[in-house]
Design a protein around this ligand. Structure first.
Ligand code: TXA
Ligand code: MG
Length: 333
């Protein structure tokens, strides 16, 4: 169990942030690697430490809707409805940005992703820093996202100035990213809030693959990676198909069809184990519980240095959309 974080530690972290340094902090989704979003040099450090391409925009974290409103060019009714219902929480809204947000934060886009996290440590940190925090997940680019302080330590080591340990993340997968910047809401990344929950409030939400890229502002626009995506989906900026991957080859399987050769780890959901020479990790049948454990179990499976990780394909229903998205990106097949 992590020790409770004191206000002194929060204040020290806030001081580091104001001085342009990097602080990893817990949120309810995954750990974030935070920097002062208004300081382009500090934000550049995030990209350097993560090894993240400059074409991939960062999410800006705020402690209130008022703080968000001060950063955007317009606050449409959909933003009002969604934030009143889902903030603080695992929802990132993409809105037109004000010039105060440096271009490096948004990878040159005219829009910015904003989120008010629900974790008390994250909120206390933003308030103490007194500035919005740009924060991607606190892992190196293409690695598994961190849902515990230990994951952050192992991935980033001394490259981060401070890690606030708030224990394991409850939601366990990244926030839902939805754009309400244009006439039609667009889902850029399924996540902690389901598409159905969004649609109940604001009506139909298009998938990023159904629309061309209205957010692009630069000459070249964001990196286009759809060619690599088996679904052929044109991507949200920065949504690399091979994101969230363990080092070990991962297969999504059905009907308990495990690879025949080699040493393996099996994230099993429904099928009874058919072999004795594999390590089995039992996964929950409930989608939210599954999501909260997914990255931690993948970190664990990866650490086993096996030849492969096999994961039972979850049900093809709406409530599994976010988990399926992460598994598809992690899988080789
Ligand atoms: O749950 C989360 O959102 C976590 C925690 C730390 O808050 N953060 C996170 O950040 O997952 P990151 O950088 O790993 O993912 C940010 C994603 C980008 O890859 C991109 O797809 C989307 O958010 N995004 C950010 N700004 C955007 C924009 N202006 N337009 C479209 N998508 C954007
Ligand atoms: Mg990430």
């Amino acid at each position: 169990m992590a020790k409770p974080i004191t206000q002194d530690e929060i204040n020290r972290a806030a001081q580091l942030l104001r001085a342009g340094r990097l602080v990893a902090f817990p949120t309810e989704t995954v750990y974030g690697l935070g920097a002062n979003a208004l300081d382009p040099d500090a934000v550049a450090r995030i990209y350097a430490v993560k090894g993240r391409p400059p074409t991939s925009p960062l999410i800006v974290h705020v402690a209130s809707a008022e703080m968000a409103k001060a950063l955007v060019s317009a606050w449409p009714q959909a933003a009002d409805l969604l934030t009143k219902r889902f903030w603080p929480g695992p929802l990132t809204l993409v809105l037109g940005k004000r010039p105060a947000i440096p271009d490096i934060v948004t990878a040159g886009l005219t829009t910015v992703g904003l989120r008010m996290p629900a974790h008390p440590v994250a909120l206390a940190l933003i308030r103490a820093a007194g500035v919005p925090l740009a924060a991607p997940s606190a892992n190196r680019f293409t690695e598994l996202s961190p849902t515990a302080a230990d994951h952050v330590r192992r991935s980033l080591g001394d490259d981060v100035d401070l890690i606030l340990d708030g224990g394991p993340c409850q939601v366990g997968i990244e926030s839902t990213v939805v754009s309400v910047a244009g006439p039609q809401p667009v889902l850029f990344r399924p996540g902690g809030i389901s598409r159905a929950e969004l649609e109940a409030l604001i009506g139909p939400v298009a998938s990023a693959r159904e629309v061309s890229e209205p957010e692009a502002s630069g000459q070249d626009g964001p990196e286009v990676l759809g060619q690599e995506d088996p679904s052929g989906a044109p991507p949200s900026p920065g949504m690399h198909p091979r994101h969230y991957s363990p080092r070990t080859t991962l297969f999504l399987i059905s009907d308990g069809n495990l690879p025949e050769q080699g040493k393996g780890v099996y994230l099993q959901q429904t099928r009874p184990a058919s072999r004795k020479d594999i390590a089995i990790i039992q996964m929950p049948s409930d989608a939210a519980a599954y999501a909260s454990q997914l990255y931690d179990r993948l970190h664990q499976a990866d650490a086993a240095n096996a030849d492969w990780i096999a994961v039972d394909q979850p049900p093809a229903t709406a409530e599994w959309e976010a988990v399926m998205d992460r598994l598809r990106r992690a899988a080789t097949n």
